[in-house]
Design a protein around this ligand. Structure first.
Ligand code: SF4
Length: 132
C-alpha cells in the first residue's frame, strides 16, 4: 500500500468525516488494514487514500493543489525514511519523534480545513495551551 506523507497525520486525527461517504468508508478501511499489520511505503504523490477521493483528477489534488505537496515534503524531510515498506506503528513513532512542538505541526497543517474535526491537530493545540 502507498500512503502519502501528510496522510500519516490525517489518519491519526480521522473522526469518520471526509469528502464523501465512499471516501470516509475507504479511509476507515485503509486505517484498519494498516492497524492489522499491512505495511506501506510513504510517498509524496496520490496514494491509496486519494484513490477514491472526489478531489483527485489524474493523480493531482484539485482541492489543495501545491499546498498538499508542500505538506508531504515537510514531513518526508523530517522523517528521513528509507526506501522500504513500514509498519504503521514505526511511522507513527517517527512522527512523534520528529514533530514535538505546536510550531512543527502548524508548519504542515496551518492551511488545512479540518482543524475542527482532527484529533491529531487538536492534541497539539492542547499541548500548546499547556506549555504556555
Ligand atoms: S486528493 Fe487531495 S483532498 Fe483528496 S485525499 Fe488526496 S490529498 Fe486529500
Amino acid at each position: 500500500m502507498r500512503i502519502r506523507a501528510h496522510h500519516l497525520f490525517c489518519m491519526r486525527g480521522f473522526q469518520g468525516k471526509g469528502y464523501s461517504p465512499r471516501f470516509v468508508q475507504h479511509m476507515a478501511a485503509v486505517i484498519t488494514r494498516l492497524a492489522r499489520g499491512e505495511h506501506c511505503t510513504v510517498v509524496a504523490v496520490a496514494d491509496d487514500i486519494c484513490a477514491v477521493c472526489p478531489h483527485r483528477t489524474n493523480d493531482a489534488c484539485t482541492l489543495y493543489g501545491d499546498t498538499v505537496e508542500r505538506m508531504d515534503a515537510i514531513i518526508l524531510d523530517a522523517l528521513r525514511l528509507r526506501q522500504r515498506a513500514y509498519a504503521i506503528g514505526e511511522l507513527y513513532d517517527a512522527v512523534d519523534h520528529a514533530f514535538t512542538s505546536w510550531e512543527s505541526i502548524e508548519a504542515v497543517c496551518g492551511d488545512c480545513r479540518w482543524h475542527g474535526d482532527c484529533t491529531f491537530y487538536q492534541a497539539y493545540e492542547k499541548k500548546k495551551e499547556r506549555d504556555r
